[in-house]
Design a protein around this ligand. Structure first.
Ligand code: GTP
Ligand code: MG
Length: 580
């Protein structure tokens, strides 16, 4: 792979000089009215990924973002279009139902349009003008939704439709971009910019939840389907799954507000033995409905006996792999906490994206559940590491709790999930370390962490004795008796440690004899993302027939000689000697 990458870079056209060609892939957007907003967004996002240039404009609360996006999604429809279509006529046709504020096209098993009306009433108007298709030999189950299919009676003068991009750039393209970056900091920011969810992709995620909510509402009127996890916590990468949670709490709230005086009216309901059984039964009927009547929903799997029961399916029209859970309020709170951490300092997301990519490139993470580390655990490790810097880059969860006011108070199932939700109340860190240093130090820190006796804990931001014997212990921030990485095996943890040490070693080597960055061969972050580079290092070492202990000794020497002496590194050295 390394050799292939060199070849690939050598074959780049002459014009591919640094700063010139390798601009981020342009996100195409077809609504003229939204171009300015898009440019502004691009500017904002590029500004926000520069280390040290913190954006001081007031930041929105997670709940405000969720509400805005949700309202937007409820005014939006999804339309499967013929591939040959006149955009202008299409929009003119739709504006009969009301003004359109935004639209974009994308491809996923055909051409789709996402159209956002200014008012919700326009959606009903369009639905009232829509018929159920007659299917010939098959029978269509009538289902009124916000997902439509556009047919054209007569051939139109098609115009070329520009589609927004919903998949990450190819590894080849990414590698090119990284190799031509100016510095390792630039590489981390480039990776973030290329892989983060786009505005359109985020809109499509909220729309998909909103469409699933319409289906669930057929059973549970007034329910809400909310996205959580990486789709909303700011650590989502293009192509990540869509985690959603069916929230039935709003139904209860609505009826409670209607009770008054001496009388108390209750709905007649059926009882089941436990909350878990209720969740299983609810998800089971929703799964049936999605399977039989949900437009675009395919491959519905009922995973109801898992610790957290879920329904997994593919939303073919959006291209998302969806996990629908119910009664999962704590996970939504975790998403909010990660959103806050991601927004506090521009280095956080850049570092998390790079570590996640690094882990994926070396098969430390997988889309299949198993004994490997998860992206969620990796994010916790990065947050913990940033809490351990001097001065800390991120505050502890306990500190965020001290900033909370009465309105922030939140107890879920007996767990205290209180923390300040207004980002503007949290003072920015005075730490000015570069991303390059942080990346290197991350690998050194975890390459030498005493996993055998210590637990990672973002609530207190310090290492603690492990309460149980799992190889990796990362305390669940809210359900503090739980370990979010209980599934990780000793061999997977060892693989993580070995790769972290080798990555630190590579970065330290580069420091010593780094040629000025050039596109001629993978360097910095690009070198770390190539599995064969790491294998190459191991291979070279094997050829030299050095025993493992000597290799580790050398690595430690190189780490020590780097000379970053602080309290945490003293602890590290002590723990290294126990491990090695
Ligand atoms: P991706 O890999 O990009 O999907 O990251 P993700 O953060 O969305 O992870 P995932 O889809 O596995 O899980 C979705 C959300 O569920 C996470 O963001 C967490 O909020 C929560 N979650 C995942 N794993 C655990 C766990 O082991 N314990 C707890 N308490 N919550 C978890
Ligand atoms: Mg996810």
């Amino acid at each position: 792979m390394a050799a292939r990458a060199v070849g690939l870079l050598a074959s780049l056209p002459l014009c591919t000089q640094r700063n010139q060609v390798l601009r981020p892939i342009q996100r195409l957007f077809s609504c003229p009215g939204t171009v300015a907003a898009e440019v502004k967004r691009e500017e904002q996002s590029s500004g926000s990924v520069e280390t040290g240039s913190e954006d001081r404009t007031p930041k929105k609360k997670f709940s405000e973002v969720q509400k805005e996006r949700r309202d937007q999604a409820q005014r939006t429809v999804l339309i499967h279009c013929p591939t040959k279509i006149s955009e202008k006529k299409f929009l003119k046709y739709l504006t009969q139902h009301g003004p359109i504020t935004n639209h974009f096209f994308y491809e996923s098993f055909g051409l789709y349009a996402v159209v956002e009306f200014r008012q919700k009433e326009s959606v009903s108007s369009l639905q009232n003008a829509t018929r159920t298709p007659s299917m010939g030999t098959e029978t269509a189950v009538p289902f009124r939704s916000r997902f439509f299919s556009l047919k054209t009676k007569n051939p139109l003068n098609p115009t070329s439709i520009r589609c927004s991009i919903h998949s990450p750039p190819s590894s080849k393209k990414l590698l090119e971009l990284l190799c031509y970056a100016e510095s390792i900091d630039d590489q981390l920011n480039t990776l973030l910019k290329e892989l983060q969810l786009t505005e359109e992709n985020t809109k499509l995620r909220y729309l998909t939840c909103s469409l699933i909510e319409d289906i669930a509402a057929a059973y549970f009127l007034g329910c809400t389907v909310r996205p959580f996890g990486s789709s909303v916590n700011s650590f989502g990468k293009l192509g990540c799954d869509l985690d959603m949670f069916l929230d039935l709490d709003e139904i209860g709230k609505f009826s409670a507000s209607k009770t008054s005086g001496n009388f108390l009216m209750e709905f007649q309901v059926k009882n089941v033995p436990s909350e878990r059984v209720a969740t299983q039964k609810i998800l089971s009927v929703i799964a049936e409905c999605l399977d039989h009547f949900g437009p675009g929903c395919v491959g519905v799997q009922r995973i109801l006996n898992a610790r957290c029961p879920l329904v997994r399916f593919s939303h073919q029209s959006s291209g998302f792999q969806c996990d629908l859970t119910a009664n999962n309020r704590i996970a939504l709170k975790s998403s909010e906490l990660l959103y806050i951490y991601g927004a506090l300092d521009s280095r956080v997301r850049a570092l998390v994206f790079s570590i996640r990519c690094w882990a994926r490139a070396h098969s430390l993470t997988s889309s299949i559940p198993g004994s490997w580390i998860t992206n969620f655990s990796l994010t916790m490790m990065v947050i913990f590491f940033l809490q351990r810097r001097s001065p800390p880059i991120l505050p502890t969860l306990d500190y965020l709790k001290t900033l909370a006011d009465a309105e922030d108070k939140c107890i879920i199932e007996g767990h205290n999930c209180t923390f300040v939700r207004d980002l503007n109340k949290i003072k920015p860190s005075g730490n000015t370390e570069t991303l390059e240093l942080l990346l290197k130090e991350f690998f050194e820190y975890f390459g030498n962490f005493a996993f055998n006796k210590n637990s990672i804990n973002i609530r207190q931001g310090r290492e603690q004795n492990k309460p149980e014997s799992s190889p990796l212990h990362i305390q669940n921030p809210f359900e503090t008796s739980l370990n979010i990485s209980k599934n990780v095996s000793q061999s997977q943890l060892q693989k993580f440690v070995d790769l972290a040490r080798e990555s630190a070693w590579i970065l330290n080597q580069e420091d010593k004899d780094r040629p000025s960055p050039s596109g001629s061969q993978p360097w910095g972050l690009a070198a770390l993302l190539l599995p064969s580079v790491m294998n190459g290092v191991s291979h070279a070492k094997k050829v030299r027939k050095k025993p493992a202990s000597e290799r580790i000794k050398n690595l430690l020497e190189s780490i020590k000689s780097n000379g970053s002496e602080n309290a945490t590194s003293t602890d590290r050295k002590r723990t290294v000697s126990t491990q090695a």
